[in-house]
Design a protein around this ligand. Structure first.
Ligand code: GLU
Length: 416
């Protein structure tokens, strides 16, 4: 794979901007984040030692609204990755038309190696460190890899202490008891399957009996697999960090979800006909639908030629490299890009934020109906636009997003 994560983002931005004949000045604005904060986070560990962690928050754009995006706790977190993920958030929010710019944050840490108290102190210190640049009207963090609702609750508490007033709208993905939204946890996986459903409907293909493989069994992959199963698809393979499960006759997804809830991972699950499969093998299975819902850079130049799926719906951020895109396109594989397919998560966050600002809470059915409407509408906008211009869905989605963001920049005028 050529270059860094951020170069991957720039490759897509460049391609779409060239077709759009985008003003080179606007391109220069979009090619760099508005603001980046790097911070060292001292934490007193349980044994009394002081450890220092590197933290980041990058705001790529606030042209269309406050910056929005998750916080990742992982060992590969670095400035380059955070910048790439922040930029993806800008395009994602624009594609689905929610009034946000894009941001991302993270801490370079393996959260599984910390005790709960250490994790809480790290989170609270991180929230304190980035508090000057975030807020319900400025930049609203959320969960991402390695973070969850509990961590968002600690984050909200810390920010509220800094500003001196309870501020649930500063962060989304919170526990329901702290102003979280019903349906937020499932929103990304649900959105992935709304776009899948709409894709199959425009193609006139029935989901009934369709073979499907899902990489990743966290919030995104497990929910997507459950819904796929519920739609009558034959989910033949799933995987997570502990490995993969394969059954050509179809897996019992509800049973695996139950196992994962009890054991945190899918490892240890067994049933007649189920064999082990590696993450790499899963990607290359002869299935109709492939849902990469784990890490970035999974489908790259070296394995793209061996992908056999007809349709790829990207639950993860950046699972396919720019070089792999070209190979998949040549093979005629239809790929619903991440900035569209996984935008259900941030759309669910938008609903949570709106409810927090209004102190008026919705039912799960209201949340799910609104999510369905937004995701289906965005899918058809991207599909119609891309078909009209004979472009890939990814290039079409980027062009629509870049148009919206550059229009906002032009309408606002450059300050001063
Ligand atoms: N981390 C999620 C994403 O990458 C959600 C971000 C949010 O809700 O702000 O889209």
């Amino acid at each position: 794979m050529a270059g860094s994560q951020y170069e991957q983002v720039l490759a897509r931005l460049r391609e779409a901007s060239e077709i759009l004949k985008l003003d080179p000045g606007i391109y220069k604005i979009l090619a760099e984040p508005e603001r980046t904060l790097e911070t060292s986070l001292p934490v007193v560990m349980d044994d009394g030692r002081i450890e220092v962690f590197q933290g980041y928050r990058c705001q790529h754009s606030t042209a269309r609204g406050p910056a929005k995006g998750g916080v990742r706790f992982a060992l590969d977190v670095c400035l380059d990755e955070v910048k790439a993920l922040a930029s993806w958030m800008t395009w994602k929010c624009a594609v689905v038309g929610i009034p946000y710019g894009g941001a991302k944050g993270g801490v370079c840490v393996d959260p599984t190696k910390l005790s709960k108290n250490e994790l809480m102190r790290l989170t609270k210190r991180y929230a304190y460190a980035i508090a000057p640049i975030i807020g319900p009207e400025k930049d609203i963090p959320a969960p991402d890899m390695g973070t969850n609702a509990e961590i968002m609750g600690w984050f909200m508490d810390s920010y509220s202490a800094v500003v001196g007033t309870l501020s649930p709208g500063v962060v989304t993905g919170k526990p329901i008891s702290l102003g979280g939204s019903l349906g937020r946890r499932e929103a990304t996986g649900r959105g992935v399957m709304v776009t899948t459903r709409e894709l199959l409907s425009v193609l006139g293909v029935s989901p009934q009996g369709m073979t499907c493989a899902v990489q990743g069994f966290g919030n995104v992959g497990s929910v997507a697999a459950e819904i796929a199963h519920g739609m009558g698809m034959k989910v033949v393979a799933v995987s997570d960090i502990s490995g993969g499960l394969y059954n050509p006759a179809g897996l019992d997804i509800p049973a695996i979800v139950k196992h994962a809830a009890e054991h945190t991972v899918i490892a240890g699950y067994s049933a007649p006909g189920v064999t082990a499969i590696s993450n790499a093998e899963l990607l290359e299975l002869d299935v109709e639908l492939l849902i990469p819902a784990a890490l970035q850079s999974q489908i790259v130049e070296s394995n793209a030629d061996r992908i056999k799926a007809k349709y790829i719906v990207e639950g993860a951020n950046g699972p396919t490299s720019a070089e792999a895109d070209k190979i998949l396109e040549k093979k005629g594989i239809i790929c619903v890009p991440d900035i569209l397919a996984n935008a259900g998560g941030v759309t669910g966050s938008y609903f949570e934020w709106v409810q927090n600002l209004q102190n008026f809470y919705w039912t799960e059915t209201e949340v799910n109906t609104r999510l369905d409407n937004i995701m289906a509408k965005a899918f058809h906008e991207v599909w119609d636009f891309s078909k009209k211009l004979n472009l890939s869905l990814r290039t079409g989605a980027y062009m629509l997003a870049i148009n919206k963001v550059s229009e906002a920049i032009r309408m606002r005028g450059i300050y001063p």
